[in-house]
Ligand binder design. Structure first.
Ligand SMILES: Cc1ncc(COP(=O)(O)O)c(C=O)c1O
Length: 402
């Protein structure tokens, strides 16, 4: 059962790369938990598979499924989002190359670029993702090989103009990479906006249930180095070996089938909470692209079908209020990560962005990030009440102590 690109998102999510098993008729393709494949003669492969680092049917099924949803040419699954990013950087860069890197982004990406790839002679310039003039000015002709941006960004929820970034990249002969982890292909398809490569932490919304780590690289379906990129990322996956295992690919593929339904609910819940939080005296700013007050709201409307499930809050009572809020709720579990069906809260400055503390990229200390789950929204609102009352007490104590 093949799929065609005119099919709707949910149809493709369920069927692309996920055909029933031709041997047994099992509706769900089996998990090919094998490291190696028998050969019918020396190098005579029965169905193209030799060894699971090179290819595995469960992994390939998931790669086909995600590639179809992103509208890409080829996709590659890795053991984690960071492993996917690392493989992409190795595939594209050579010592001496330069990256223009969105300043507001996952701290681990920054650590990877600076502390791992920095050692091999890769340099980068962090830029405000919303300022195209700054992006263009950061390009170093002849040296910049890659522009890299997350939109919405983590954790400030900034919105980057993907088409604008792509124009700047291509004028410089560089590639544009978009981390689409927050938006997912259900809300935004960066390849259709001009990006050359999409990366994902499939640990997040793609898997969707906080029970699997994974990452993916999807390269664009177009002439501009599309096939060459597929070859080099594919070679990195095989030669570098940070592949996703069959069990993990099965879980990610199962999660991906319900991505559309989950995202609709994540978006609806997040919008309700963002509106409600905006009415609280404890809250200085609510960062959510769905709010008309958000500086990227109009742009987000033009390049995505929704505003996502992540809401960040800055507290009037500063760090003490933010910490008290994060530590006091019952449904919102205090943890890193995001994108699961359950709600999470994170004190970003010290939990996900500890690697940039003390640098200009440090996250404000009065900020808390919510990954809004798909629970009943009334229950989430009640939980936020608990958090806000703890924030209120902490602000009072802080004011009293001064
Ligand atoms: C936007 C974004 N990209 C990439 C990553 C890295 O993915 P992983 O944790 O699966 O390695 C994360 C992890 O939090 C992330 O939030």
């Amino acid at each position: 059962m093949g799929t065609t690109s005119h099919q709707g998102f949910n149809t493709q999510a369920i069927h692309a790369g996920q055909a029933p098993d031709p041997l047994t008729g099992a509706v769900i393709p089996p998990i090919y938990q094998t490291s190696t494949f028998v050969q019918d003669g020396i190098n005579v492969l029965r169905s193209g598979h030799e060894y699971s680092r090179g290819s595995n049917p469960t992994r390939n099924g998931f790669e086909t499924q995600l590639t179809a949803l992103e509208g890409g040419h080829a996709g590659f699954a890795f053991a984690s989002g960071i492993a996917a990013e690392d493989a992409l950087l190795r595939a594209v860069l050579a010592p001496g190359d330069h990256i223009v890197l969105g300043a507001d982004g996952y701290g681990g990406t920054n650590r990877l670029v600076n502390r791992l790839h920095g050692k091999w002679g890769i340099t980068n310039t962090p830029v405000d993702i919303t300022d195209l003039e700054a992006v263009a000015a950061a390009v170093q002709p002849g040296k910049t090989a890659l522009l890299w941006v997350e939109t919405p960004s983590n954790p400030l929820l900034g919105i980057a103009d993907v088409a604008g970034w792509a124009r700047i990249a291509h004028a410089a002969g560089a590639l544009l990479v978009v981390d689409n982890t927050f938006a997912t292909p259900f809300l935004q398809r960066p390849l259709s906006l001009g990006a050359d490569v999409v990366v994902h932490s499939t640990t997040k919304y793609i898997g969707g249930h906080s029970d699997v780590l994974g990452g993916a690289v999807i390269v664009a379906r177009k002439e501009f180095r599309g096939e060459e990129l597929a070859q080099s990322v594919g070679f990195q996956q095989f030669a570098g070996g940070a592949v996703a295992g069959p069990q993990d690919c099965f879980l990610a593929a199962r999660g991906l089938k319900t991505l559309g339904l989950r995202m609709e609910r994540h978006c609806a819940n997040a919008a309700t909470l963002a509106d409600w939080l905006g009415t609280s005296e404890e809250v200085e700013t609510v960062l959510y692209p769905g709010l008309e007050s958000h500086p990227g709201h109009e742009l987000a409307k033009t390049q995505s079908n929704g505003f996502g499930g992540i809401v960040s809050i800055q507290f009037a009572g500063g760090e003490a209020a933010a910490r008290a809020f994060a530590e006091s709720m019952k449904l919102f579990a205090l943890s890193v990560s995001l994108g699961g069906v359950e709600s999470l809260v994170c004190y970003s400055a010290e939990m996900t962005h500890a690697s940039v503390v003390g640098t200009p990229l440090a996250v404000p200390r009065n900020l808390v990030r919510l990954s809004v789950g798909i629970e009943q929204v009334e229950d989430l609102l009640q939980d936020l009440e608990l958090g806000l009352s703890a924030a209120r007490n902490a602000s009072r104590q802080y004011a009293g102590a001064r």
